[in-house]
Design a protein around this ligand. Sequence first.
Ligand SMILES: Cc1cc2nc3c(=O)[nH]c(=O)nc-3n(C[C@H](O)[C@H](O)[C@H](O)COP(=O)(O)OP(=O)(O)OC[C@H]3O[C@@H](n4cnc5c(N)ncnc54)[C@H](O)[C@@H]3O)c2cc1C
Length: 429
Amino acid sequence: MVKIIIIGGGAGGLELATDLGDKLGKSNQAEVTLIDKNTYHIWKPLLHEVATGILNEQADKIDYAEQGQQHHFQFIQGTFTNLNREEKHVIIENSNIESISVPYDTLVVAIGSTSNDFGTPGVKEHCIFLDDQNAAIRLRETLITKFASFCSIIDEHETTTEDKIRIAIVGGGATGVELASELPHMVETFGNCGRNKMCSDLLDVSIIEATDRILPALPEKTALNITNTLQKRGIHVLTKTMITKAESNGFYPKEGDIISADIMIWTAGVKAPDYLKDIAGLESSRSNQLVVKPTLQTTRDDNIFVIGDCAYAMQDSGRASPATAQAAHQMAKICYENIINMLNNKPMKLFKYTDNGTIISLHDTAQGVVKIAGKGEMKVKGFFALMIHRLLYRMHQASLLGIVKTIRFVKASKEVYKNKFASIFTHQG
Ligand SMILES: Cc1cc2nc3c(=O)[nH]c(=O)nc-3n(C[C@H](O)[C@H](O)[C@H](O)COP(=O)(O)OP(=O)(O)OC[C@H]3O[C@@H](n4cnc5c(N)ncnc54)[C@H](O)[C@@H]3O)c2cc1C
């Protein structure tokens, strides 16, 4: 039986494994296997909500093994470390086994991206990155610990304007902006849990951006509106501020004084993991992504497909498709069709990225643009925009779980969230 291996169960890979399992695994036309370093999936665009406790990863996770049972694919937990193209196998490692080789006939690489520190000294050592659910959970724990110890200090003293937790986020893209927007609300929730002095006024959040404005993917006016909203909420937006070094007490800009910070977060860009660069002689981009043809097969090996953030797919515009969940989803759909076409000796489909717009969530509101084919661009904001933003996530969930299970998920995540922070503080005594 044909062996199809998909590495990475993220925005693109899990949708692909589910579709291929339903189509080929169920009818025994192929053995479909998903490999991921984690045991469960959380949609990456919501990691800032995991980090701030808005989304409960226990209620919203999808277990790979369970998903595989229901959709006819196997799951192997392990970290992909290497590839042997001659013998057609991948090398996987995890804590229980030293390393195993898993054979394939068709391989799909969908391992996403990691933060790019652009070689800035001190960033790796002192900053928190929002790369996966484990990092998001670690960030949440860091925030909770900082808030709790801060509360115990200010409970004993009269509060002064100096009593602030300083959080500096480098990178004014969607990740940095959405994370900054949630932070004040996390603090308000703590305040309601018996820590009376803890309120969002005691939080000093800065977004630091090297270029002259945040959110380059959005029209200038929309980005300006969002900047105003952030500033009204007390969040500093520092543009034209290039960070050249990080130390334990803050960021050093190219010009001006140190930007002091108690918690330092880096969301300034992404790249594919370093080990992907030229792996097994495949062609790669400057950001380590594997270069693919319009069919999403690598330029040097037709048996290897690449989708999502780690794929470098050049578009007619002369630019590669962006590293977004939108692109990963669209690639998963084309890759699904092309794997089936390849098995049936049918012509391949070509991937053309369609930009459907960008919406930025700002906790209780959202702003952005929606693009409709042939009709141009529509600016959206407020509750309507927030609903579209939430709907995108629920659509992703529905494509994996079906409508009925998605509705159950929505109900469950609401219940758990209600009691969440109360229980954190009860356990901490
Ligand atoms: C906070 C935040 C907000 C965002 N907001 C948006 C948004 O609003 N809209 C949008 O379109 N995009 C958004 N993005 C970007 C989007 O999340 C990514 O572009 C998208 O998830 C990429 O999908 P993917 O399938 O390529 O990779 P991922 O979804 O990152 O999945 C990669 C998978 O590979 C696994 N993996 C990684 N390395 C290995 C390995 N060595 N071995 C085994 N498994 C491995 C990981 O565990 C993961 O499950 C946001 C990202 C972040 C962090």
